[in-house]
Design a protein around this ligand. Structure first.
Ligand code: TEU
Length: 549
């Protein structure tokens, strides 16, 4: 079980309104109580924070708001003592424009760092169209007058793309990985890794470009495989027990095994975005959104097809939300007062009974909800802000529609500060929080959840114990879908060594019936999110249960 921790919003220990490493260290007993095996820390390296740490200006230094290298060493030692491993976020595709490499590169074409980045010389005319995901003008090329050339930035203009074709750059990145592994970290989450390798002949994008052509024009070029293999050879192979997870949202399903098949020696795991895609997601076509929260059958198909993919080789991951998406209970459950608690527990029953590495996102374990900002000025995230202003140039209606959509989908929803107690700013900071605390903190907070034996938090702990106690079945056992066409209920068994568990999940806020043909006479209840759960195939709104058969 991996706990994803967004350090900026977790715990501030020095009153500057930004979470820090000492804050995390203070909360290690709490983290241990969740029964997690590892923590993935979002970026903590030096950064001007154009994209909250995903724009790194020094890969070997700690962001000043987050503390010092001594603080990092203390955090790591505290984690080791508690047997929790640390997974670092490794930002490979781009650096900050304030990194020394880029400062040199942009000064002259003769600078030794010029070829650490991708450039289009102005004498060749305007560069071939590439959209940027975060740019104010959606253009991924930006002119630099000192070199009379354009640099590439798939993300913001303060995040120039690194040129992995240059062996000198690759060696720098490998040395950085060694630096952190030598300190004792246990692995890396490879940020946006498919974009590392581009087709640098820069083919023209077709006029009818659609998202499914994304990989062709943006990355996942064959060379990604070479880089990952080299990274294993030069770095990862030299260490034992190192885990990698790639952010693989854009990798087509048919190509996944090429990356995670252990024979290929590339990645241990990657994560996909298919559940998020079916249940509402920002797409690259600015302003177009699909939301189909009722499509439980679709979700079942996704889960089943990914399980099948990993039947014999490789290993899967599963998550419901992260720092790029909104809150799980708001998006997939129901955050109204009546259903917030049962639906969040139902989602955890799902997450922690999967044959995959489950990722829990901080704050979800107490059922934190979307903050749903009303005005564009309230947003911090550059993605929301920049896209809003692009749309506003097109029409006011489009911009307004986008704003409504962002109430449900914006990344800031999951980035509001962790709610620890009912004191000012939810106990997150003594200062001014960098992003407002969700006003529901007097009710939704860790301290209140600790005191309530029926809280989401205590349910997560029970589920996590169950997963560890019945590891042979719940981690490694075979998965089989039952009642697959049922549009409300997700039912499956997990089995191993002649023992079988049944998982029943009602994803909707209405009563439901499932037809499994299973003989319930010997069924023994292991956990459920309601009082008096009986095994008869009837489920109350958002009811979830695990039975031993
Ligand atoms: O995200 C990569 C990515 O492809 C994003 O476009 C992501 O899909 C989008 O933000 C979802 O709304 C990674 C990080 O997870 C993200 O936080 C960073 O902003 C991005 O890389 C740039 O480093």
């Amino acid at each position: 079980m991996v706990y994803q921790l967004y350090p900026r919003s977790f715990q501030d220990s020095d009153g500057d309104g930004v979470g820090d490493l000492n804050g995390i260290t203070q909360r290690l007993d709490y983290l241990q109580s969740l029964g997690i095996d590892a923590i993935w820390l979002n970026p903590i390296c030096a950064s001007p924070n154009d994209d909250n740490g995903y724009d790194i200006s020094d890969y070997r230094a700690i962001m000043k708001e987050m503390g010092t290298m001594q603080d990092f060493d203390a955090l790591l030692a505290g984690m080791k003592k508690r047997n929790i491993k640390l997974i670092m976020d490794l930002v490979l595709n781009h650096s900050s424009d304030e990194h020394d490499w880029f400062k040199g590169a942009k000064s002259s074409r003769d600078n030794k760092y010029y070829n650490y980045y991708h450039w289009w010389p102005a004498e060749k005319g305007t560069p071939p169209k590439r959209y940027s995901l975060f740019d104010e003008e959606a253009n991924a090329w930006r002119y630099n007058s000192a070199t009379k050339s354009y640099y590439l930035h798939y993300f913001s203009r303060k995040q120039p793309d690194l040129n992995w074709e240059n062996p000198a750059l690759r060696n720098e990145m490998y040395a950085i990985m060694k630096f952190w592994l030598d300190k004792g970290v246990s692995g890396f989450r490879l940020d946006a890794f498919p974009f590392m390798a581009k087709d640098t002949s820069w083919p023209a994008m077709p006029a009818d470009f659609t998202n499914d052509q994304f990989v062709r024009y943006y990355g996942a070029d064959k060379k990604v495989h070479d880089y990952l293999k080299e990274m294993n050879e030069k770095v990862l192979d030299k260490y034992t027990d190192v885990y990698t997870v790639g952010e693989g949202g854009v990798i087509p399903f048919s190509k996944v095994m090429d990356y995670v098949n252990e024979d290929n020696h590339e990645l241990n795991t990657l994560y996909h975005d298919e559940i998020g895609n079916i249940w509402g997601r920002d797409s690259l076509d600015l302003g177009e959104y699909k939301t189909d929260r009722k499509n439980v059958t679709g979700v079942k198909q996704i889960v089943s097809k990914w399980d099948e993919k990993f039947r014999n080789k490789g290993w899967n991951t599963v998550y419901l939300t992260n720092h790029d998406q909104s809150r799980a209970v708001s998006r997939y459950g129901n955050d109204s007062p009546a259903y917030r608690i049962p639906s969040a527990k139902m989602l955890y029953t799902f997450l922690l009974t999967q044959r995959a590495v489950p990722y829990i996102y901080n704050g979800d374990e107490i059922g934190m909800t979307n903050i749903r900002f009303k005005n564009i000025e309230q947003y911090n995230d550059l993605q929301t802000r920049n896209r809003y202003y692009i749309l506003l140039k097109e029409s006011k209606e489009k911009a307004e529609a986008y704003l409504l959509n962002q109430q449900e989908l914006s990344r800031d929803n999951s980035r509001t500060p962790m709610q620890w107690n009912n004191s000012a700013n939810a106990g997150f900071t003594g200062g001014n929080p960098w992003l407002p605390v969700n006003p529901n903190y007097p009710e939704v907070n860790v301290e209140a959840a600790e005191k309530d034996k029926n809280s989401i938090l205590n349910y997560v702990r029970q589920m996590s114990r169950l997963r560890h106690d019945r590891k042979d079945i719940l981690v490694y056992g075979k998965y089989s879908l039952l009642d697959g066409a049922n549009p409300d209920v997700f039912v499956y068994t997990r089995e191993s060594g002649g023992k079988k568990l049944l998982v029943l999940l009602n994803f909707h806020g209405t009563n439901a019936v499932t037809n499994t043909g299973i003989d319930f006479s010997k069924a023994k209840l292991l956990i459920s999110n309601y009082e008096n759960t009986v095994a008869d195939g009837h489920l109350r709104p958002y009811e979830a249960a695990v039975f031993e058969l």
